[in-house]
Design a protein around this ligand. Structure first.
Ligand SMILES: Cc1cc2nc3c(=O)[nH]c(=O)nc-3n(C[C@H](O)[C@H](O)[C@H](O)COP(=O)(O)OP(=O)(O)OC[C@H]3O[C@@H](n4cnc5c(N)ncnc54)[C@H](O)[C@@H]3O)c2cc1C
Length: 282
């Protein structure tokens, strides 16, 4: 690869100007764990100009005003090992430690996980369950968007004016919050999710308060279940209710068949995992 096709800016303003000037030709690269595999499979245009965002100092993890703020280029391995994340966002720590292999986790970033636009992106599913906001930076300034809304937007809407993902703002879990995360994969270590189910709920004894239940790998992108909110909020999580809601939640999904699993298998497995995570928080 020649120098003309690779840039490594060292501050955010410089990166946004460069991305804006390059327009459609620019291709952001962070850890490269997803992108380089695509290059190797020749699924990228040769005319792409790579803009490496790993030198912008966006690898921080810090607490501010009841939130954990995570830079887009923080490696997944650092997030999983961070004492702050493990204490205040154990759901995210769990999702990160179960991603890929140690080698991939050392390079892979949370910004890149969102950038893949993958239906089974584990970091994205966990961020959604936690009600996180994604902050994008561009030559027009900063924009804040809930992660569940961001994934539904077109690429142009998401990253206009030389935009890139800058950081995530994630509300800390409190003492009344319960959470659970389960992921189904083909084999331990290297495999991406067939599907994942994550849940965060504010519990008053056995009664379910505000709940966010997220399914990954069961539609074109991870999504927050509306049925879980409608059926479960304000009710005790009895075994009967959990069984019923698991069936109703699956009706919301649009599971496809791919090399990892058939739609038939996904639907049955998702139903079992929904029951499992709800039983864990009951
Ligand atoms: C063997 C293997 C196993 C894997 N297992 C899992 C798994 O279990 N779970 C999972 O979720 N993923 C998995 N992945 C996919 C991948 O590793 C992750 O999605 C990772 O988080 C991508 O991050 P990255 O920094 O490497 O992204 P890159 O490959 O650098 O980029 C990915 C995409 O995001 C864009 N992008 C990167 N950073 C930014 C930014 N700051 N702003 C805007 N766009 C950006 C890029 O342009 C590109 O389109 C696996 C990959 C491999 C190779």
């Amino acid at each position: 690869m020649s120098n003309e096709t690779f840039h490594a800016p060292t501050d955010l303003g410089q990166a946004c100007s460069l991305l804006s000037d390059l327009g459609d030709k620019a291709l952001i690269i962070a850890g490269g764990t997803d992108l380089m595999a695509r290059f190797n499979r020749h699924r990228r245009r040769r005319s792409d100009v790579l803009v490496y965002v790993g030198n912008l100092g966006l690898d921080y993890i810090r607490e501010k005003d009841g939130q954990i703020v995570i830079g887009a280029c923080a490696p997944v391995a650092h997030i999983a090992a961070s004492p702050l994340v493990r204490e205040k966002l154990p759901l995210l720590a769990r999702a990160c430690i179960e991603m890929a292999s140690p080698a991939v986790r050392n390079a892979a970033t949370l910004g890149g996980n969102l950038g893949t636009n993958a239906r089974n992106a584990d970091g994205v599913a966990a961020l959604m369950a936690l009600g996180a906001v994604v902050v994008t930076a561009s030559t027009a300034g900063e924009a804040r968007t809930p992660v569940e809304q961001f994934v539904t937007m077109s690429k142009k809407q998401k990253l206009a004016d030389g935009g890139m993902v800058n950081q995530f703002e994630v509300p800390c879990l409190t003492g009344d919050d319960k959470w659970a995360w389960e992921k189904l994969r083909q084999r331990q270590g290297e495999s991406r999710s067939i599907l994942s189910v994550s849940v965060r709920a504010r519990m008053g004894g056995a009664v379910c308060g505000r709940i966010r239940l997220v399914l990954g790998g069961m539609a074109v992108h991870p999504f927050v279940s509306k049925t879980a909110v409608q059926v479960l909020e304000g009710k005790p999580l009895s075994t009967d209710l959990v069984d019923r809601v698991a069936a109703e939640i699956i009706a919301e999904t649009d599971a496809g068949t791919d090399a990892r699993a058939t739609a038939w298998y996904r639907e049955r497995a998702a139903r079992a995992l929904v029951r499992q995570v709800l039983s864990q928080i009951a």
